[in-house]
Design a protein around this ligand. Structure first.
Ligand code: FAD
Ligand code: NAD
Length: 457
């Protein structure tokens, strides 16, 4: 069977689904192909379930600290089956509402199955061939499993397996100390597991400045998590009662024995089983689809959005890719991905809110810099909440007075960072902050003070 459409979208993730809505609303005949669950990673195995679980972990943590607030509690227990059920409900509600929305969409055909190119504008799904002059790829990514010695001999978990657990592991060994590893490490420690993090790099979350990495390590170790960095010889093997993770061949304990191992060592794009070579669509060495500033691929009439183009690795960057493609194609605009100002958050507690350059990146520009840093112990709202771990920092260009970047590792940091993000998007100089009258008592109210503290580096 063969069918032609005005547009084919592969992947019902964070960009493909809203784009389907825009194209169908323009009267186009659209095929949306999805091989697994509508909503993709974020809805089904990523942001939504993990942030739901982070909320449960925070509740457990705060309950254990009840006495600090003059609140009496009994023994604190965590029922992971209930935590899991809560996350499942959030997943299903979101997935179902997306599916219902798509089902009611005039002009849209949702095809279930794996899509594979048979030509530049022709794909096969099951036993059906579909063609369209416009093809949009939103195929996302999956965990990259490192080729560690023994990896094929022992059971290991990735993000999907972690979300499915209904009992906390006795001892969880997390390999990889970045977003996925750190969020799961802290939440499972709070659920009652013993947790060890094994990171091959010299520090945790190495894309951030050293001060941020160190503060995060202190926060996690303060909760009882063991952290091993510079772990150079990671191996996996079956032990008598669990899994032995070989950590180092030079210093410290050579191995850690855990009951469960999470591999959180990065992600790879879902581009190896898409037939891109048949279509002539170019990828880079790591399999990411090469796109230009408007997200067009090397083949006319084919675009790539979201994690699979390597330009972003977040839900909001995938969504922004949709906005760029839709604005250029349908609204006559000329939007570019290089205009995007990147912000993101790491959802440990306290969270890290980030925008723009790190201090190390700012120094690399060679520009004269202004810098300010303030511990959360000097933020009234944090003191009142008795959540004073972390710090906030701000970097500005000493000549233009434009803000170059900021980090807020502290309570409410994921929200407060938006004050800076919005100011940077508006292109405003840092002095604009000084004359703002923020609401008391908030974390954000200290941002003008931080701006006032800016001093040459
Ligand atoms: C544990 C975890 C936590 C995360 N937390 C956050 C967070 O808090 N905030 C944040 O911004 N980001 C977070 N992320 C990242 C975020 O989930 C991704 O950046 C985002 O989902 C990418 O969206 P996407 O549309 O590019 O791809 P996806 O959402 O992965 O969608 C791609 C879709 O394409 C389908 N597909 C792939 N190949 C084919 C094919 N050949 N045929 C048919 N269908 C196909 C897949 O089944 C999938 O449904 C997290 C990720 C993980 C793993
Ligand atoms: N809060 C959020 O927005 C959020 C949360 C989770 C995931 N994500 C997204 O998911 C993506 C993937 O996250 P991630 O943490 O898996 O990957 P990552 O690429 O951010 O980090 C992988 C970590 O694993 C380490 N590593 C790699 N190979 C290793 C090995 N063999 N042994 C030991 N350590 C090893 C790396 O040094 C690095 O620290 C991120 O890019 C992020 O965009 C975002």
């Amino acid at each position: 069977m063969s069918r032609s459409f005005d547009a084919i979208i592969v992947g019902a993730g964070q960009a493909g689904t809203p784009l389907a809505g825009r194209l169908a609303a323009m009267g186009m005949k659209v095929a949306l192909v999805e091989r697994h669950h509508v909503g993709g990673t974020c809805v089904n195995t990523g942001c939504k379930p993990t942030k739901t679980m982070v909320a449960s972990a925070y509740a457990a943590h705060l309950a254990r600290r009840g006495a600090d607030y003059g609140v009496g509690t009994g023994a604190i227990t965590v029922d992971l089956a209930k935590v899991h059920a809560r996350a499942e409900k959030v997943i299903l509600d979101s997935r179902t509402s997306n599916e219902d929305w798509l089902a009611g969409m005039d002009g849209l055909t949702l095809l279930r199955g794996q899509a594979r190119f048979t030509g530049p504008h022709e794909l096969i799904v099951g036993n059906e061939t579909i063609t369209a002059p416009r093809v949009f790829l939103n195929v996302g990514g999956r965990p990259a499993i490192p080729d560690l010695p023994g990896v094929g001999d022992v059971p290991h978990l990735t993000n999907s397996g972690m979300i499915a657990l209904t009992e906390p592991p006795e001892h969880l060994v997390v390999v990889g100390g970045s977003y996925i590893g750190l969020e799961f490490a802290q939440m499972f420690c709070r659920f009652g597991s013993k947790v060890s993090i094994v990171e091959m790099g010299p520090r945790l979350i190495a894309r951030e400045d050293e001060a941020v990495s160190e503060a995060i390590r202190d926060i996690l170790e303060g909760e009882g998590i063991t952290v091993r960095t510079s772990a150079k010889c990671i191996t996996l093997a079956r032990g008598e009662t669990g899994i032995i993770v070989g950590v180092d061949c030079t210093d410290g304990d050579p191995q850690i024995e855990g009951s469960h191992v999470l591999l959180a060592t990065g992600r790879r794009p879902n581009t190896d089983d898409l037939g891109l070579d048949v279509a002539g669509i170019a990828t880079d060495k790591r399999g990411y689809i090469i796109v230009d500033d408007s997200l067009a691929t090397s083949v006319d009439g084919v675009w790539a959005m979201g994690d699979c183009n390597g330009k972003g690795a977040f839900t909001h960057t995938a969504w922004n890719d949709y906005e760029i493609v839709a604005a250029n194609l349908l609204d006559g605009e000329a939007r570019k991905v290089s205009d995007r100002l990147l912000g993101y958050a790491l959802y440990i507690d306290p969270p890290l809110g980030r925008v723009g350059l790190t201090l190390a990146q700012a120094k690399e520009t060679g520009r004269p810099l202004l810098y300010a840093q303030r511990p959360m112990t000097k933020v009234g709202r944090a003191v009142e909440k008795d959540e004073t771990l972390g710090f906030m920092s701000l970097i500005a260009d000493a000549e233009t007075k434009k803000i170059l970047g900021a980090a807020i590792l502290g309570t409410g940091g994921d929200e407060a960072i938006h004050a800076i993000l919005n100011l940077m998007n508006a292109g405003a100089a840092v002095d604009t902050l000084r004359w703002a009258v923020p609401i008391h008592p908030t974390v954000s109210e200290l941002l003008p003070t931080l701006a006032g503290d800016l001093a040459p580096l």
